[in-house]
Design a protein around this ligand. Structure first.
Ligand code: HEC
Length: 113
């Protein structure tokens, strides 16, 4: 193998490795997108009460009661009956993932409001 071919294949290898190493950055969880994809935003606005309490209100309640992501995850997986702002009752939406990492990211994002 000539030196220049060796050098260019080495460069290609380094580029490929670099690409692989940078992939986790793309794989980072976009909690807000998950929240939207699950229609959570239809009931939970960042600041205004919709059918459900605002994210700010939920975050404040969690802070006051010293609840954490675990409690929020329970809520988004249990499908328990909840009272909507208009007084009607409905089973709470269950998040469309079994990946605890995704749930945790969504919970963290919600509670950061
Ligand atoms: C049909 C409207 C509706 C949708 C859609 C909805 N929620 Fe809710 N959510 C509510 C209501 C109403 C409450 C308040 C229930 C209560 O306080 O008992 C609530 C409360 C919560 C709470 C706080 C519970 C607590 O402990 O106070 C979390 C966390 C939550 N929702 C997450 C989500 C996530 C995540 C999604 C999307 C997967 C979602 N919600 C979709 C209506 C909705």
């Amino acid at each position: 193998m000539s030196r220049s071919i060796l050098r260019s294949s080495l460069a290609a290898w380094i580029a490929a490795t670099g690409l692989c190493l940078s992939l986790p950055a793309f794989a980072q969880i976009d909690a807000e997108a998950v929240f939207k994809d699950n229609d959570c935003h239809k009931c939970h606005h960042p600041t205004k009460a919709k059918k459900g309490p605002s994210l700010a209100k939920i975050a404040a309640k969690y802070k006051e009661k010293k609840l954490d992501e675990k409690e929020a995850i329970k809520h988004m997986t249990a499908g328990k009956k909840v009272k909507l702002e208009d007084g009607s009752e409905e089973e709470h939406k269950v998040i469309d993932t079994k990946d605890v990492k995704v749930m945790n990211a969504v919970a963290k994002w919600m509670l950061s409001h």
